[in-house]
Design a binder for this molecule. Structure first.
Ligand code: CAA
Length: 241
């Protein structure tokens, strides 16, 4: 029987590419999404991948959503914590709300999603947790104190949990994408993107969502069991840790 994978934010952007790549690799995929019903329906229609609506910022909703997925598809073997938002602002203009929304989704969302699947993974002695962090959690980014803090937190979470999961056959890894050509990045002011950001990327272009998805498939594999606690950067050479 094929393994079940949940991808949060799995119907758009990098998440959609991850959902498709995991499906193509033989997983039964549940793509979670928070709000965009039209995009989710279009995604299911074109891929056949089931979508499930809840906010990763809400613990109870995560627990209920995961239970629904497990009842319908089977126990979760792979969790990809991909859902993320931006509320960019220079710090002197950042509101407490902009701070909180980003921390709740991009950092606390990892707790909310991972906690409900952790016990089952421990019992079954197998699990793959893959956290999508960001280059901006590694290097920091002006205009993103909230996002950079959350994404750096994701790396700490990954390293701590990797130590706890190791004996139970659960690997916990992070991927740190650079600037990928999704709606999130294309929402950046064109002048900022073209004049400040792209010139800093040695390969000279934005990344493709599929270039992140292939890394997820690699980490999810049964024979990736010796890789845990690591962060794989995929950023076109923009930043070396
Ligand atoms: N370092 C230092 N100072 C900077 C700076 C930088 N990188 N960027 C801008 N500033 C300065 C500007 O020079 C300016 O200074 P003065 O007022 O003295 O002239 C000041 O900050 C304000 O800059 P802006 O005019 O750009 O301010 P704004 O309010 O119009 O816009 C912003 C602020 C929305 C944060 C905008 O600068 C921006 O979009 N920056 C890009 C942020 C970014 O990279 N976001 C990534 C989103 S994609 C993503 O997050 C995915 C991922 O994981 C990679």
């Amino acid at each position: 029987m094929s393994k079940v994978a949940i991808v949060t934010g799995g119907s758009r952007g990098i998440g959609a590419a991850i959902s498709i790549a995991l499906k193509d690799a033989g997983y039964t995929v549940a793509a979670n999404y928070a709000g965009n019903d039209d995009a989710a329906k279009a995604f299911t229609d074109s891929t056949g991948i089931k979508t499930y609506k809840w906010s990763v910022a809400d613990y109870d909703a995560c627990a209920a959503g995961i239970k629904q997925v497990e009842d319908e598809l089977g126990p979760v073997a792979v969790l990809v914590n991909n859902a993320g938002i931006t509320r960019d602002s220079m710090f002197h203009k950042m509101t407490p709300q902009q701070w909180k929304e980003v921390i709740d989704t991009n950092l606390t969302g990892l707790f909310n999603m991972t906690h409900p699947v952790w016990g089952g993974m421990r019992d079954r002695k197998f699990g793959r947790i893959i956290n999508i962090s960001s280059i901006n959690g590694q290097k920091g980014q002006a205009g993103q104190a909230n996002y950079s803090a959350a994404k750096a937190g994701d790396l700490g979470f990954t390293k701590a949990l990797a130590q706890e999961g190791a004996r139970a056959g659960i690997t916990v890894n992070a991927i740190a994408p650079g600037y990928i050509g999704t709606e999130m990045v294309r929402a950046i002011d064109e002048k900022v993107l073209n004049e400040r950001i792209i010139p800093q990327i040695p390969v000279g272009r934005l990344g493709e969502p599929e270039e992140i998805a292939r890394t997820v498939v690699f980490l999810a594999a049964d024979d990736a069991g010796f890789i845990t606690g690591s962060t794989i950067s995929a950023n076109g050479g923009q930043f070396f840790v």
